[in-house]
Unconditional design. Structure first.
Length: 240
């Protein structure tokens, strides 16, 4: 089985305003519905576990009924951090899954994830064991003081920025989450937890369009990118 856990239980502190970014409209649908549909439509995914803030469980469940999402088997409450929200999904999979099942984790606020990328991550787990979508950085990188004064330059040639999906065998992710919790280690993605087990993780290049919606301008950018995606799809359909 191939599962995907989609954490969307953030409160959007960095976004500003009262609205949680995963529930904002992106074109004709809420951000999280775009994300869920991408995994629903992937032939590589069997079941989806969706994690939301506890107070949004009833409204989310009601909204989801309007979309055809048969692979979405569980909508559960998240925790105070992304790590806790993913752990809530893992608790469930630990009970029902097998060691050699594959688990992907994908941010609820990355609605432009492509079918090709999802397929490449699942295939990557089968061939390499542990895989993350990521991109080589293009900006120059500096380490700075607390007061934002540059201390030194970092060589960017071997630095990649992490995206999601990130994919692992169930047994590996269970152990990584257990160890992270036991050590009170704070992680912003699953690769940080799995790395600590000494398991090699392969980066596969994700498209630059696979953005995480963190600020209001990211939402505008996502609208633009989505329109471009749809326009090129209609051009392809017309040519076919
Ligand atoms: O915190 P960050 O912006 O990296 O969030 C990435 C994803 O993790 C988002 O989809 C967000 O909703 C989710 N998250 C969560 N539970 C939290 C905090 C963030 O599921 N407590």
């Amino acid at each position: 089985m191939v599962y995907v856990i989609i954490p969307a239980a953030g409160h959007g502190e960095r976004f500003g305003g009262k609205n949680k970014k995963q529930f904002l409209m992106l074109a004709d649908k809420p951000v999280f519905i775009h994300t869920l549909l991408a995994f629903q439509e992937s032939a590589c995914i069997d079941e989806i576990i969706f994690v939301v803030p506890e107070e949004d469980l009833p409204s989310t469940k009601a909204l989801i009924r309007d979309y055809g999402l048969p692979k979405l088997k569980y909508v559960i409450a998240g925790g105070r951090s992304r790590q806790e929200s993913v752990a809530a999904g893992m608790l469930l999979l630990k009970e029902k899954g097998q060691d050699d099942d594959i688990v992907l984790v994908h941010d609820g606020v990355r609605p432009l994830v492509t079918n090709t990328l999802i397929g490449a991550v699942v295939e990557g787990v089968r061939t390499f064991g542990a895989v993350v979508a990521a991109r080589p950085v293009t900006d120059s990188l500096k380490e700075v003081t607390d007061g934002a004064v540059i201390q030194k330059s970092l060589a960017r040639e071997r630095i990649w920025a992490m995206q999601t999906p990130q994919g692992f065998y169930l047994s590996v992710l269970v152990e990584a989450c257990r160890k992270g919790a036991e050590d009170h280690f704070y992680a912003t993605d699953e690769a940080m937890l799995v790395e600590r087990l000494g398991v090699p993780i392969l980066c596969i290049e994700g498209p630059s369009e696979n953005i995480k919606i963190t600020t209001a301008s990211d939402l505008k950018m996502a609208e633009f990118l989505l329109k471009n995606q749809n326009d090129s799809e209609s051009v392809r359909a017309e040519r076919a």
